[in-house]
Structures are given as C-alpha cells and as structure tokens.
Design a protein around this ligand. Structure first.
Ligand code: UDP
Ligand code: UDP
Length: 467
C-alpha cells in the first residue's frame, strides 16, 4: 500500500546526517520516521560510532528497531586529535571531528545511491560542498527555533560589520526582532571559540543549501518563518520548510510500567511540575540545592530529573550527595519523585497529570511541550536557550523569568524566589489556557493538510523532482 502524502512518482532516497548529542539525534530520528512512514521515502540514517553518550547509543538502537525500513549507514570518522582543544566540551569536539571527516561523506553518499542529503546545521558548511561535488541536492535540518535560524543566518553579516574591539552587542535580525546581547549564546562573544568558528562558517554556508527544514510551525513563530522566506533576513535565502513539531517515534519496547509513569498515574490532573534541564549540561551543585529548596517551598507535586555530569557515562554521583544530603528527599517523599536516570520525556509531557514544565528550553523540549500543550517555565542555561525562551514567552507557551541567569553567572537564583515563581505560574489559569491553544495549533499544523504536513510534502516533492 503506498504510504506517500501528496506526490506520485519514484521514491526518493533521503540520507540523513545527524551530529552528536540527543538534541540533534532525536529530531533526526523523528524526521526519518516521518519521511519513511508518512511520506513515501526511502530513508537512511548515518550513525557515527562510538557515540559520545550512552543515551545516544541506546536511542540509535531503539530507532532502527522501531523503524526497520530506515536503513543504518555506518559513518566512520577520520582519526582526530582532541588535544588541540584542551578542556573543550565533548560534544563540540565531536562536531569538529565530524566536520573534519566530511570528505568521507562523498563515498558514503555514492555507495548509498542518495537522491538527497539532509545534514545537521552543525555540519552544514562542510557537507554542502561534498554533496554538491557528487551532484546530490543538500538540505539542512535546523534543530533549533526559526528565531535561532534567523540569528544564525544573519550573524556572519553582523560580525563582518562589527569591529573586534566593539564585540558582540544586541543583534537586530532584519525582519525578525532584536536578540539582546544577554541572549546571544555565551561562546559567540569569543571570536576565537571553536563554536563561534563553526557557527559563522555554517551561517555563511546556509545560502548554498537547496532548502532548510526547521522543527517549528508557522503559527508558533510567524515573524521568523515569514522573514526568512521573504528574504528579509538574508536575500535569496533557500526555501524554508517549517515541518514541526516533529512527532515522537513510537518505541514499542519502551517500558510503560516505568516507576515514574505509575507515580504520574496516581497524581491528580494538571498537578505535577516536571523539572528537567535536558541532556547536555549539569547544573552547579549550589544551584541544584537552591532549586531543591524552591521546589520544596512551592508546595507543589513534582517530578525532577537531576543530571550530575555533562556526559552520562561520567555521572556516578549519588542523588543524595548531589542534593546535599540534608534530608530533602525524605521531606518531599510522597509528593515528589526525584530521579537521576533517563526518562521518556515525551511520555511524561503527554501525561495529563503534568501541569507545568520547568525547562532549560533546549529546542526539542520546547517542541514537545508545544505538541502536548504543556505550559513552560523557562530557565535557559546555555547556547541557544535564551533565544528559545523568548519564543516560548512570545508564542504563549509559558513564562520566562529573564533575570534568572545563565549557569555560573550573576550568582545563584534563591530557593525562595524559585518557589514563589512556581506557585504564581501554577495558579495562573491564563498560562495553562494559552499553552493549550499552542498545543491545538501544533496538532493542526502536523495533521494531514496542516502547514507542517504540507511543508514536509513539499520538501519530498523537491527531492523527487531532483531525483
Ligand atoms: N530527553 C529525554 N529524557 C531525558 C532527558 C532528555 O527523553 O531524561 C530528551 C528530550 O525529550 C529531548 C532531548 O532528549 O527530546 C533533549 O533535547 P533538547 O533539545 O530538549 O535539549 P538538550 O538535551 O539538547 O539540551
Ligand atoms: N547551531 C548553529 N550553527 C552551528 C552550531 C549550532 O546554528 O554551527 C545552533 C543549533 O541550532 C544548535 C544551537 O545552535 O541547536 C545550540 O548549539 P549547541 O551546540 O550550543 O547546543 P546543542 O544543540 O548541542 O545542545
């Protein structure tokens, strides 16, 4: 039975190239399944082994098991000497190792018989020329917000027009809005930073892409989506396909009886605060303890996923130790569940007992909250997260306490302040109503005939025409 959406004709073979980290792997897996099961494409996903974290390795295995039609292509990296970058974040190092291995992509594409490549933004400037040389159309999947995409596309022109002495200030993205200096990713204030060099190269490279897929939906980010498409951000910009929120993959073997799910089942509707700061960074021990105090003082039920190290394999500390062993876990027993393990976040956000998500605003977390209409209390920590938090606030998905700083800057946010804020957001019915509306708009966008569904079908049409 044909599974295709709106176009007849040959099946394009789309090769997907994710980079490191769950924030990148998760949306690529979702795109793979949407293209394979919903839009009649042959799909291959390049897997780079060994992965940086155990979570990525488990996720790849689960993905290929859940979607057997999606082919696995092993992408072997060239040897890479990390000692050139002492102390660098392990995920940034992997980005660099992958970028330097880009020439190896040529044989991979030829061997696979690819009719299109979709590369991660982090690899865009190095993957595009290789695909071009092979005559394979190359698209980019942008794994963050359209606001961040517009910032990334504009930033090279901004730096060209700014003297090194002046440094990076507020950035007015043409046709979109101003990204204040305080929201510019920390690393970009240092022009020599590895991330800055990659970011500027990828931003410059974007105009050469055959198109850009972005995991957002038009109704959520109308300004950025429109400005990009109308060439206001960068003239002659490639087509932009807003295809989000990319929907979670169904993993049949996942454990429905996980302890936290059973615990959620026992809580009243909309009563639980879910707290998670994503897979990429640990929060400082002092701030963790203030957060514990805040959650306790809020008087609310909560499910808190605590992360103690950047890479999960290094996370050996006990929960009690991380939280200071002052009896907190005993005192909140019954109304709270605190875990250090990996949780199935989309199952949690889908659960009716969750009434608020305290989130770092990694873009996948934002799109998952949007998909299920769960209000967000934004507490960005790093990278693109303040830009995404502004999208949350503007788009009606929740609240952002802008004074709450990046990790390690401007001192700690006190438990008292955190507790007060949680209480205030939980009792504000308009917050929940507005978030539910965002959820409805997300559902409409991804349903057959919705804006995101049509955008994905349009992308597939491009791949077919080129094939
Ligand atoms: N995630 C999860 N369980 C966890 C932590 C994270 O399922 O315990 C998922 C989360 O649902 C999201 C992804 O991992 O899909 C994290 O991506 P995001 O962009 O939110 O943040 P990052 O981890 O990249 O900072
Ligand atoms: N990003 C980008 N260009 C790059 C690298 C990253 O535009 O060269 C964007 C991308 O959307 C990414 C975001 O910046 O999601 C933050 O990247 P970072 O690596 O800091 O965080 P991660 O995505 O690994 O959690």
């Amino acid at each position: 039975m044909p599974t295709s959406g709106d176009h007849a004709g040959a099946r394009p073979h789309v090769v997907l190239l994710p980079s490191a980290g769950m924030g990148h792997l998760v949306p690529f897996g979702r795109l793979a399944v949407a293209l394979s099961q919903g839009h009649g494409c042959d799909v291959s996903v390049a897997a780079v082994l060994p992965t940086v974290s155990s979570a990525e390795s488990r996720h790849l295995d689960a993905l290929f098991a859940a979607a057997p039609a999606v082919r696995r292509l092993d992408f072997r990296l060239a040897p890479f000497d990390a000692s050139e970058f002492p102390g660098a974040d392990p995920f940034f190092l992997r980005f660099e190792a992958m970028r330097r291995s880009a020439p190896l992509l040529g044989p991979l594409l030829a061997g696979a018989g690819a009719s299109a490549l979709v590369t991660d933004i982090v690899l865009a400037s190095v993957a595009l020329p290789v695909a071009r040389e092979r005559g394979v159309p190359c698209y980019v999947l942008f794994t963050s917000s359209a606001a961040m995409l517009s910032f990334c596309a504009h930033f090279p022109a901004y730096t060209d027009a700014t003297t090194a002495a002046a440094g990076v200030g507020d950035v007015d993205v043409p046709g979109v809005y101003r990204i204040p200096k305080s929201s510019v990713p920390q690393a970009l204030h240092d022009p020599k930073h590895l991330f800055t060099q990659q970011f500027v190269a990828n931003g410059r490279g974007l105009v050469d892409a055959d198109g850009i897929l972005v995991n957002t939906f038009d109704a959520f980010e109308p300004e950025a989506a429109t400005a990009l498409r109308e060439g206001k951000v960068v003239p002659d910009f490639p087509p932009v396909f807003a295809v989000g929120p990319l929907l979670p993959v169904k993993f049949p073997e996942k454990d429905p009886a996980a302890g936290y799910m059973q615990w959620l089942d026992a809580q009243p509707a909309g009563s639980v605060v879910y707290v998670s700061f994503g897979s990429r960074k640990a929060i400082s021990p002092d701030q963790l303890r203030e957060l514990a105090a805040g959650l306790e003082a809020s008087g609310q039920r909560f499910l808190w996923v605590v992360k103690g190290a950047v890479v999960d394999r290094d996370d050996a500390g006990e929960l009690g130790e991380l939280l200071g062993d002052d009896g907190f876990l005993e005192r909140v027993r019954g109304r709270a569940l605190v875990t250090k393990g990996w949780v199935e976040q989309e199952e949690i956000l889908r659960h009716g007992s969750v009434g608020l998500f305290i989130s770092h605003c990694g873009w996948n977390s934002v799109t998952e909250a949007a998909a299920f209409g769960v209000p967000v209390l934004a507490w960005p920590r790093f990278g693109d997260q303040r830009v995404n938090a502004a999208v949350v606030a503007r788009g009606g998905l929740g609240a952002w306490e802008e004074r709450w700083s990046w990790d390690g800057e401007e001192g700690l946010v006190s438990g008292e302040e955190i507790g007060e804020k949680i209480k205030a957001v939980m009792v504000d019915e308009t917050v929940a109503k507005k978030a539910a509306k965002v959820g409805d708009a997300a559902t409409a966008a991804t349903a057959k005939g919705g804006t995101s569904y049509r955008s994905l079908a349009e992308f597939v049409g491009h791949c077919r025409d080129a094939g």
